[in-house]
Design a protein around this ligand. Structure first.
Ligand code: PGA
Length: 241
């Protein structure tokens, strides 16, 4: 595991965008796994800047997002589809056929998650999976206790996660109670993984994920089993490392 320590989230965003853009340069038809949340916003902005300056060509990539709330239509302001559209798809002019996110309104959730997993395999698997880490160690929406063998599945969100995400909604009640997420095994099947962690609220969980025991209680700890993981963390997040 390679740990890149940066001074600020801004510096982390530049470094993360550099790694993603290098991946695309090296393999223009890369399959990328992508996260949402506060952490990757700066990285997406840097990628969009590079595309606008014609320093990067994203026309051949395929993307698969980690997760989506179940019950939110894609046009909802808080759906992860909308987040990706605002932060990446529209700024980088990605075509709809390049991007994938589980549908939060699929009538048959089980069929949706199965089809999502099949689509990833059909695309050739994920070359580079970018991740954030939740305050409880979740990666995607794989909450503590998730089976490490899990593939894309439907999950019940923990209170901790709903509270952490309530800042994006008008109230905690509006935060969906369920989501669809790539499983831990889906994530570990990626050829390479880039995890970003910024802020003091990630310091303890990041330390435990990287240096503590591998346990379902901290889903990010399973990354220790992957041969090609890079972590970019800012000063505030590495105080215990
Ligand atoms: P955050 O979320 O980027 O909003 O901190 C990270 C995560 O839950 O994966």
């Amino acid at each position: 595991m390679k740990i890149i320590k940066v001074a600020t989230p801004e510096e982390g965003a530049i470094k993360a965008a550099e790694i993603v853009l290098n991946q695309i340069k090296h393999k223009p038809a890369s399959v990328l796994g992508l996260p949402t949340g506060g952490t990757p916003v700066g990285m997406y902005a840097k990628i969009a800047e590079a595309v606008k300056a014609k320093k990067a060509d994203l026309s051949k990539i395929t993307t698969f997002n980690l997760d989506e709330y179940y019950g939110l239509p894609k046009q909802d302001a808080q759906s992860y589809y909308t987040f990706m559209d605002v932060n990446l798809y529209t700024p980088c002019a990605l075509r709809p056929d390049q991007t994938h996110i589980p549908s939060g309104t699929a009538p048959d959730a089980e069929a949706e998650v199965k089809a999502y997993e099949v689509a990833i395999v059909k695309a050739g698997g994920i070359d580079l999976q970018v991740l954030g880490i939740g305050g409880n160690g979740h990666i995607g929406f794989n909450e503590p206790g998730t089976d490490p063998k899990s593939r894309t599945h439907v999950v019940k969100l923990t209170q901790n996660t709903r509270e952490a995400n309530a800042r994006f909604f008008n109230s905690l009640e509006e935060v969906p109670t369920e989501a669809m997420t790539m499983g831990i095994q889906t994530i570990l099947s990626s050829k390479s993984i880039l995890m970003l962690a910024f802020g003091a609220n990630k310091a303890d969980i990041l330390f435990e994920a990287l240096k503590g025991p591998i346990t379902p209680q901290n889903p990010a700890s399973f990354l220790q089993r992957h041969p090609d993981v890079t972590v970019i963390a800012d000063q505030a997040a590495v105080t215990r490392l």
